[in-house]
Write a protein that binds this ligand. Structure first.
Ligand SMILES: CC(=O)N[C@@H](C)C(=O)N[C@@H](C)C(=O)O
Length: 769
């Protein structure tokens, strides 16, 4: 064969042909432009030495497609408030690369900075203590002391004590010793890891906390002395408790120091905890293992077995402990509605314990409901508290007002909460359909980001206008920043779009619905400004089901709207942000109530002339994939194509292999699902689960369907999507599967996320011509 000819034959990647290659190339270029937009993860404020102005540090991340990792960096800015209408942010000329840093915690005074680098292998964890000018101390903590420090945003906890000599934190317990053998058989006593004449057995299997925690050992509490580098494990905590979110209790003269932490019990077994606030947990207090020695230098001494006090025995859930600045109150969040009902997430409540002034702790401490669970709010009132994190310093200078972000229908908003009176104010603008998220406080001013589906995030500086009256007067100033810079192309595409939040009335309201469940639900509609109802539509469905699609900027959604689709992002009943009655209306009715809400929303936009009924596609992940596959089965003529990410397709097989089998029971049986749940489902249970599943409608499906699957998913194991895709293929329905071998449930590694949305765009284009 003529080799020159062989070379000229163009080889196309699998799944592409000459006609689509051009489109693939241009979409991938645009998607890269969206992907490269940075996001702010956290921010801290430091008061300047002169007392005038302050310094902010922003921790930023940006996907690095080539390395398939997140690039992390820091950017600092000096802030000076020039007048009531003007604030000036003077940005450092360049950011500083922070890749390799797992955690970062300034001391309370801001004079020291702890930086932790977790190892990628069995090496020690590295702790660095920085001052303003240099590295002061560096400690290597070997794996025999503890494993990686938790940096997961859940068990994670780092707390400096008040004199900045000790830091409490959460890390993986050291590996348990395993039986070892050599040519003589069993070897008594521990052997070093690298001995080549012996080998180690696996030993007893240790249960883990499921999705996201594969291979992670039990989280445990440690304290490090920042002068000596000595580390001590906190003693006295039951083996069955996983611990996290540690904070130092206020120092009381003449008494021992306590740590307050959250404990999750492993009894009867560990179930998946990611996205699952229904795992019972409590706040505990334990004596810190360190005290001032005779020689007046800090030294590490083990306390005798110290007792651990459960501070929240009367409530099924307590987490995010946070002391008021004067140490008088211990605030915390509770997901008791979630634990008690079994729904994996539900309406939160904010609770308070008045901390004993003499330092005498008891387990019958009174717990005060500061923001109770809201069942069904009057219009315009707080719909309930839905809070995914607290700031490390959320307090205004009055010492009793906390600033936090919460979901309010389809928006995220910023709230001020007076923890004594319980008064809650929405301090982000009430007339804004954007989503607002608090980053940090600069004294009594709030640094926040706000964004919309078509507006990249922008930094805002909120000032309390009428301080004396502490009323509703917040003024929000614009802050120009280099952080969210994006290409001209992206800016121009976004500016040709619009969005609105639609109120969709519930169809078939019956007497058996609670008041909250009969109220309209919402959908976010994004379209080009010149949409005349002919643009193709993507119906986008969140998972959970108790989660919410916010009106914030999402790079992948913005990309899809930029390439010519209108988006209908439905917050069906059961979503967070709408009160407990609406949320609890869904368990037991999945596959029907949620499916009908989505169909109602689609009919609504068609009737309003906003969407073209012959060009409707549908996209969802996880429970959103459950809805997507239900929709193409139950309404087969409505959709021209579908795409799913790790979809729940068959509950009767999922129940035996997922890390959250209880979820299958609660969502499919409703309120009594929690008590029926068993590790040994009966034939009757399996039939019920099958009947609730999309697979039971497979014979009606016509829509070509794209499957994006994470092979390491423990939540909705890959077999669920694979079985469904094979069943479609068997029936002659067009399918395409992309398997990401190293991805878990979220499919969010940069290359996987990129390839997913590039293919979703291409897949839908093919069927919307
Ligand atoms: C509780 C939970 O993880 N449910 C899954 C079936 C699911 O839908 N997950 C959501 C959070 C997701 O978007 O992945």
């Amino acid at each position: 064969m003529d080799s020159s000819k062989a070379c000229s034959v163009k080889e196309l990647p699998v799944g592409l042909d000459e006609a689509t290659e051009e489109e693939y190339a241009s979409q991938s270029k645009l998607l890269q432009e969206f992907t490269s937009i940075s996001s702010i993860d956290k921010a801290w404020i430091f008061k300047s030495d002169s007392g005038i102005g302050s310094q902010a540090m922003f921790s930023i991340s940006q996907p690095n497609l080539l390395a398939n990792k997140k690039r992390k960096f820091m950017l600092s800015s000096s802030i000076s408030k020039e007048s009531i209408n003007n604030v000036n942010f003077q940005w450092a000329p360049f950011p500083i690369e922070m890749t390799g840093v797992s955690l970062f915690a300034p001391s309370p005074s801001g004079s020291k900075l702890l930086v932790i680098r977790n190892p990628e292998n069995e090496s020690p964890s590295q702790f660095e203590i920085w001052s303003s000018s240099q590295l002061e101390k560096e400690f290597m903590i070997s794996q025999s002391v503890h494993g990686s420090v938790y940096a997961d945003g859940w068990f994670e906890g780092i707390s400096w004590n008040s004199d900045e000599s000790l830091i409490a934190y959460v890390a993986e317990e050291p590996s348990p010793s395993k039986p070892s053998f050599d040519d003589q058989g069993y070897r008594k006593g521990a052997i070093k890891d690298k001995e080549c004449s012996s080998w180690k057995a696996q030993g007893d299997w240790e249960e883990e906390w499921g999705e996201c925690y594969a291979g992670k050992r039990q989280p445990a509490l440690f304290v490090i002395n920042v002068n000596s580098g000595k580390v001590e494990a906190v003693k006295g905590i039951a083996k069955s408790l996983s611990v996290g979110q540690v904070v130092w209790a206020p120092q009381v003269e003449g008494t021992e120091q306590y740590l307050v932490f959250v404990g999750w019990s492993a009894d009867p077994r560990k179930l998946g905890i990611k996205y699952c606030y229904n795992r019972p947990c409590a706040l505990y207090a334990v004596k810190a293992p360190l005290y001032k020695s005779e020689a007046a230098e800090f030294d590490l001494k083990s306390t005798e077995e110290s007792t651990v006090v459960n501070l929240t025995q009367s409530i099924s859930s307590a987490f995010f402990p946070q002391f008021s600045p004067d140490g008088k109150f211990l605030m915390f969040l509770s997901a008791k509605a979630s634990v008690d009902s079994g729904a994996h997430s539900a309406t939160d409540s904010l609770q308070r314990i008045d901390w004993p002034t003499g330092g005498k702790l008891c387990s019958s401490t009174k717990i005060i409901d500061v923001i109770p669970i809201v069942n069904c709010a009057e219009d315009g009132h707080l719909p309930g508290l839905y809070c995914s994190s607290f700031l490390s310093k959320p307090w205004l200078s009055d010492g009793c007002t906390m600033i936090l972000s919460s979901y309010w229908h389809s928006c995220e908003v910023i709230l001020s909460v007076n923890v004594i009176s319980g008064k809650v104010l929405r301090i982000s603008p009430a007339d804004s359909d954007f989503s607002w998220n608090v980053l940090t406080l600069d004294g009594d001013n709030v640094i926040a980001v706000c964004s919309s589906p078509i507006d990249v995030p922008q930094i805002k500086y909120g000032c309390l206008v009428d301080k004396a009256n502490n009323s509703t007067g917040w003024r929000w100033l614009n802050v120009s920043s280099p952080i969210f810079r994006c290409s001209e192309k992206v800016m121009s595409l976004l500016s040709s779009h619009q969005f609105s939040i639609l109120q969709i009335p519930v169809k078939d309201v019956s007497d058996c619905l609670t008041k909250g469940a009969a109220k309209p639900f919402e959908a976010i509609f994004v379209s080009s400004k010149k949409n005349d109802g002919t643009d193709p539509l993507i119906v986008m469905l969140h998972g959970g089901p108790h989660s919410v699609s916010l009106s914030s900027f999402s790079k992948s959604s913005a990309f899809l709207s930029s390439i010519g689709y209108s988006l209908l992002i439905v917050n069906y009943r059961g979503s967070l942000g709408f009160g407990e009655e609406a949320l609890q209306s869904l368990p037991g009715k999945i596959g029907s109530q949620d499916v009908n809400d989505v169909l109602t929303a689609i009919d609504y936009v068609i009737e309003k002339g906003l969407a073209n009924p012959s060009k409707i596609t549908v996209l969802g992940g996880s429970h959103g994939g459950f809805l997507t596959t239900h929709l193409i089965g139950q309404a087969p003529d409505k959709f021209v194509a579908a795409a799913v990410r790790n979809p729940v397709c068959n509950l009767s097989s999922m129940v035996g292999i997922t890390d959250i089998p209880d979820w299958c029971y609660v969502e499919s049986y409703g309120s009594n699902g929690k008590s029926i749940y068993t590790e040994a489902p009966s034939a009757e249970h399996l039939t019920h689960l099958y009947n609730k599943s999309p697979i039971s409608h497979i014979s009606k499906v016509k829509a070509p369907t794209l499957f994006l699957l994470g092979a390491q998913d423990l939540r909705v194991p890959v077999s669920n999507g694979l079985q469904y895709s094979r069943a479609l293929k068997e029936r002659g329905v067009e399918t395409k599967v992309i398997m990401f071998p190293n991805d878990i449930h979220a499919i969010e590694r940069p290359q996987s996320d990129f390839e997913s949305f590039l293919n979703i765009g291409m897949w839908f284009k093919r069927y919307c011509q």
